[in-house]
Design a protein around this ligand. Structure first.
Ligand SMILES: Nc1nc2c(ncn2[C@@H]2O[C@H](COP(=O)(O)OP(=O)(O)OP(=O)(O)O)[C@@H](O)[C@H]2O)c(=O)[nH]1
Ligand SMILES: [Mg+2]
Length: 294
């Protein structure tokens, strides 16, 4: 039996959470086309023949402009320092940019403290035709002395089995740290809050996605029914208006979609009540961030 921890890192939006979900075959991390979707470290345990792999999804490495973002980057750096093996993700639909170079800088600092194998995972290859892919792979490959380079598509499940096969030999001999049925460390409360946030991210634009957090006020299980009351925090009255929408239509749609996801994942009926509350500058408020688990 082999066991190890693998940090999934890279700039914002490269497809870290999508890859985590695909590696697990289960959706535990939310995904959106907006950068800075993931705000915490998310453990996902893959049980594969002969090995247990603890994947750690992380917030994207970016230039932090709020206390929330400084904490996000710190979380990623800590995970970089702890993990046994690193996956550095880069996006096949673009060439190396400042965000990738900044991510490499963080990675090198962590490796200087403790060298470890790093697999370059080039993501989203389904979006690039074969002739264009080769030069892109080369331009990423020459940025660092990667242990391996694996191009994948997490969306269409291309080469994910190869990524796992490349990974296992780098793990140490040893028993898994988690029980056979453990998939994640995310509580049902956290998963519920994240599902609501995902729908908000998908339904809004510009500043709104960054200004939103979700708090679960109540989570009661009654047999096969969960009663959940949640509050969406925003920073301004105008954002509250946007979220609620004309005659409450947008909020209703967000809440319905989130409820359906919860019912699927939890395997129970969900009664969901969602409110919107303005809390100015919560992203700078230490106490609020702690309460939110950031
Ligand atoms: N076509 C395609 N799209 C992908 C693939 N992987 C991710 N995406 C899309 O890329 C966007 C970002 O994906 P995420 O998984 O949220 O990226 P992330 O790196 O976790 O982003 P942050 O948490 O914000 O740092 C989403 O719109 C995904 O649907 C892929 O393999 N193919
Ligand atoms: Mg993510």
């Amino acid at each position: 039996m082999k066991f190890g921890t693998v940090a999934i890192i890279g700039r914002s939006n490269v497809g870290k959470s999508t890859l985590l979900n695909r590696l697990l075959g289960e959706k535990i991390a939310i995904v959106s086309d907006k950068p800075q979707t993931t705000r915490t470290r998310i453990l996902g345990v893959a049980h594969v023949p002969g090995a247990q792999i603890a994947f750690l999804d992380t917030p994207g490495l970016h230039k932090p402009e709020h206390l929330l973002n400084r904490r996000m980057v710190r979380t990623t750096v800590e995970t970089l320092e702890e993990a046994d093996l690193l996956y550095m993700l880069m996006d096949a639909t673009s060439l190396p940019g400042p965000g990738d170079l900044a991510a490499i800088k963080h990675m090198k600092e962590a490796l200087a403290k403790r060298p470890r194998p790093v697999i370059l995972v080039v993501t989203k290859v389904d979006l690039v035709n074969k002739q264009k892919l080769l030069p892109v792979l080369e331009s990423y490959a020459k940025l660092f002395a990667w242990t391996d380079v694996v191009p994948v598509s997490a969306q269409v499940d291309d080469n994910i089995d190869r990524l796992l096969a490349v990974t296992v030999p780098y793990l140490e001999e040893g028993d898994g740290a988690y029980g056979d049925d453990v998939v994640t460390d995310q509580s049902m409360r956290t998963l519920a809050a994240e599902m609501i946030r995902e729908k908000v991210l998908q339904a809004t634009e510009q500043e709104v996605p960054y200004s939103v957090a979700v708090e679960i006020e109540e989570f009661v299980e009654e047999g096969k029914l969960a009663r959940i009351r949640a509050t969406i925090l925003v920073e301004r009255e105008t954002q509250k208006g946007i979220l609620i929408g004309k005659q409450g239509v947008r909020l209703k749609s967000i809440s319905t979609q989130a409820r359906l996801d919860m019912e699927r994942l939890f395997g129970m009926k969900v009664f969901l009540e969602v409110w919107v509350k303005v809390k100015e500058a919560w992203r700078e408020d230490e106490q609020v961030l702690v309460e939110l688990g950031y």
